[in-house]
Ligand binder design. Structure first.
Ligand code: NAP
Length: 285
């Protein structure tokens, strides 16, 4: 198949490129800057304003991986723009050139009435795809991803090296981290098996559940530190600090990220594991 991957150069996208190429597909990757994998075609562009119909023309499917975890309003990078408006543009361009198949990367925790704007806007995008697009879609909602230097685990690793490790709240919120390679392979498989995946929304958690405290400990062990000295900072205090600091360069966490860390991010949906053998959290964070 000819597949266009939007946001295919990022952390998830690099694995999705590899998976799609290994399944024998021809891929066109859209992002503002490369590089892309050998064998992939790169189209440089900004999804906020580029003509999408031209690169979509004659594609069999589109995979949309564009997403942000933090906003930069001064640079016109907001959740509404990147999650909702970009999806509107994708739907409209796909409809214009009659490309029917879309795989949309959403995120676990996305739901109506979500607290975090990241999740709220991912929900609006899902809703548009499900109810107004007329496309043959599959939506993937992974929990936190690990493997190949995940940005989240890199942050835990660096904080675990500090003499005292600041942990938001009690650290007891639960997560089902899922291996990046598993998600990428699943994305390739749903494209190969449309009859089993069309119109479906798959939540994707890994095979084991961890608290935030345990993930900090695992991150510490991975960098050779046997123990951490945790400093549990109440969420209320962290939120207040983030409200003032989140727009300063280098400030480690935003209000929206804190809202997400404060709630469990788990799922009982294990359907994807019938397609891909799940990889447990190991040394490759
Ligand atoms: N990482 C996780 O743990 C996780 C968990 C659940 C869901 N997700 C979802 O998975 C998707 C991919 O996440 P990721 O971690 O791979 O993010 P990422 O590393 O930040 O990659 C984002 C990709 O989007 C591209 N992009 C960003 N702004 C763009 C623009 N204006 N025009 C064109 N391309 C643009 C980036 O390339 P350029 O910057 O070069 O343009 C890059 O290819 C997102 O939708 C995210 O919400 C991620």
């Amino acid at each position: 198949m000819h597949i266009v991957v939007l946001g295919g150069t990022g952390y998830v996208g690099r694995a999705v490129q590899e998976a799609l190429l290994s399944h024998g597909h021809q891929i066109k990757v859209i992002a503002r800057k490369g590089p892309v994998a050998d064998g992939a075609q790169f189209v440089a562009g900004d999804v906020r304003d580029m003509d999408l119909a031209t690169p979509f023309d004659e594609a069999d499917a589109v995979v949309n991986l564009v997403g942000i975890i933090e906003e930069s309003p001064a640079q016109q990078i907001t959740f509404e723009l990147m999650h909702v408006e970009v999806v509107r543009r994708v739907i409209s361009a796909m409809s214009a050139v009659r490309v029917r198949r879309l795989v949309q990367m959403s995120a676990l925790g996305t739901r109506p009435g979500a607290r975090a704007r990241y999740h709220k806007t991912k929900w609006i995008a899902e809703d548009l795809i499900r109810h107004t697009s007329g496309l043959q879609f599959t939506i993937l909602r992974p929990s936190l991803l690990f493997g190949g230097g995940a940005p989240f685990f890199k942050m835990l690793q660096s904080q675990a090296k500090w003499p005292i490790t600041p942990i938001p709240g009690s650290g007891n919120t639960q997560f089902d981290p899922v291996y990046r390679g598993n998600v990428a392979e699943f994305a390739a498989l749903v494209l190969d098996n449309p009859n089993d995946a069309m119109g479906e929304t798959f939540e994707m958690g890994g095979p084991e559940r961890f608290s935030l405290n345990t993930m900090y400990r695992r991150a510490a062990q991975s960098v050779g530190k046997k123990q951490i000295m945790p400093w549990h900072i109440p969420y209320g205090l962290m939120m207040n600090l983030a409200r003032f600091g989140e727009n300063l360069p280098g400030f480690p966490v935003s209000v929206d990220q804190l809202l997400m860390l404060a709630e469990n991010n788990t799922t009982d949906d294990r359907r994807w594991m019938q397609w891909v053998a799940p990889t447990p959290l190991g040394k490759d964070l």
